[in-house]
Design a protein around this ligand. Structure first.
Ligand code: PHE
Length: 466
């Protein structure tokens, strides 16, 4: 068992070192939040759920649920200074409840492993698209050609497996190098550079002649089309894109210096992440309409629209290559967040080195990933419950495990932890603290429960023939 070590001020310290500055923490959390969720997943999920109303529900979820969950995760992480499993056990006991809260951390470790199993596959697609862009495969391609390039590539499971292997392998290498060196550096350039390229694409989308249509699709809500399923998808997407509900942010919070403002850091990350997702939508949807594509086309959406735009631009091959390189960096920094709870847990619980833990966890994720590799080829038509293997893993993690994790995390921070502990972490009992506590105790958990009950209960009822 880990001892409750203390530093000079009587506060715990982390076994993995600390962030060198407030900025380093914000960069790491931003790096974890900004990823395929913003650029690949948000547009395709929004498209499948009809746009407008979905986007507004998503924005409400980000502010009213995402923000308080993120603050709760960071404050729990910083107070416990352990991996999410040990932190929840330690604080559960310390706050006079129970060690069994460790299961919240355990569910997060599992969710991270499951998410990365398919995330790595899609990141592999991105790597392949770097090569395709650089060799000019998209130059002047038509919508049909770009679609068949995507279908042919994802249908070739050996090529996809190779790309998935390269992505997981490199992720393991970075994780093995440790907190300070491994995580901090990549994010500094990536997010700003990605933003600049997105703005270039936005300029192109504005000139596509269909910008107004894209804008209307994203922001005109047709409330009668909104089902509980779509509300759950919006909630799940809010959790996924902010990296919350599974302990990634808790694990990063464990390395956060005492004096950093949790509210300020959370607000910065939420704003950057949401901005990039909305920007991605503003780029993708005008292109979808300009080329007569289907906004509900699914996981291929970004891979079919952006190459089309790049293929028609002057210097497009260069822009496309740079874009997909940046997107792979965004995917790597998110992957680091996805494995961090598992790796930190293996290091602390089994006394392994960081490198050993990274290899063990990486191998498990790599193997599970074959379920998703094959979901776009051999096992395409193998469907059960929510769809193919990939769709089931995605539904289970984003729509169930993350919201459930977020629910338990806010209940823990709002009800189990005493007022003094949380006020201490959030910098005193001022206005922000009161607002956070109101959200964390009532609005957030009740909101999540309402959505989960309305969307998941009918599915369970149907499954058991009730
Ligand atoms: N937020 C990341 C993205 O949008 C995915 C992620 C989820 C990363 C959970 C870490 C933890 O791509």
């Amino acid at each position: 068992m880990l001892s409750n070590q203390a530093n000079g001020e009587g506060k715990r310290t982390s076994l993995h070192g600390h962030w060198s500055s407030r900025m380093a923490f914000i960069l790491a959390v931003t790096g974890s939040a900004v990823g395929l969720g913003n650029i690949w997943k948000f547009p395709y999920i929004a498209g499948q759920n009809g746009g407008g109303a979905f986007v507004l529900v998503y924005l409400i979820c980000v502010v009213a649920i995402g923000m308080p969950v993120m603050m709760s995760e960071i404050l729990i992480g910083r107070r416990g200074r352990r991996n999410p499993v040990a932190t929840m056990a330690l604080l559960g006991e310390e706050e006079g409840s129970s060690r069994q809260w460790l299961w919240v951390g355990g569910m997060g470790v599992l969710a991270g492993i499951l998410i990365l199993s398919y995330y790595s596959v899609v990141a592999g697609w991105v790597l392949a698209y770097v090569a395709k862009s650089a060799t000019g495969e998209f130059a002047g391609a038509s919508a049909e050609e770009v679609s068949s390039i995507f279908a042919n590539f994802t249908g070739n499971w050996k090529a996809v497996a190779l790309a998935h292997t390269i992505f997981m392998g490199t992720t393991v290498l970075v994780v093995a190098r440790g907190v300070e060196r491994g995580l901090e550096q990549a994010v500094r350039f990536m997010v700003p550079a990605l933003l600049v390229l997105m703005l270039v694409l936005l300029g192109y989308a504005i000139n596509s002649g269909h910008f107004a249509e894209g804008l209307a699709f994203m922001f005109t809500p047709e409330w009668d089309k909104l089902s509980w399923d779509s509300v759950l998808a919006a909630l799940g997407q809010a959790f996924f894109t902010l990296s919350i509900g599974m302990g990634a942010i808790m694990a990063y919070g464990a390395y956060l210096p005492e004096e950093t403002s949790i509210t300020g850091a959370s607000a910065a990350v939420v704003a950057a992440d949401t901005g990039i997702a909305i920007l991605a939508g503003l780029v993708i949807f005008p292109l979808v309409f300009a080329n007569g594509l289907n906004p509900g086309g699914g996981p291929g959406l970004v891979f079919e629209t952006l190459p089309l735009a790049f293929g028609q631009m002057a210097g497009g091959a260069l822009f496309a290559t740079v874009f997909f390189v940046l997107l792979s960096f965004a995917a790597w920094t998110s992957a680091l967040g996805l494995v961090e709870p598992a790796v930190a847990w293996v290091v602390e619980h089994f006394y392994k080195s960081r490198a050993q833990a990274a290899v063990i966890i990486g191998a498990i994720i790599w193997a599970i990933g074959f379920g998703s590799v094959l979901s776009f080829s051999v096992l395409k038509d193998f469907k059960f419950l929510a769809g193919n293997v990939y769709e089931n893993i995605d539904y289970l993690t984003s729509n169930i495990m993350l919201p459930l994790g977020g629910l338990l995390i806010t209940v823990f921070a709002g009800w189990v932890m005493c007022r003094n502990s949380t006020a201490d972490e959030l910098g005193g009992a001022g206005f922000t603290f009161k607002a956070w506590r109101l959200l964390a105790r009532f609005i957030t958990p009740i909101g999540i429960l309402i959505v989960l009950i309305n969307a998941v209960w009918p599915v369970i009822k149907a499954a058991i023939g009730f």
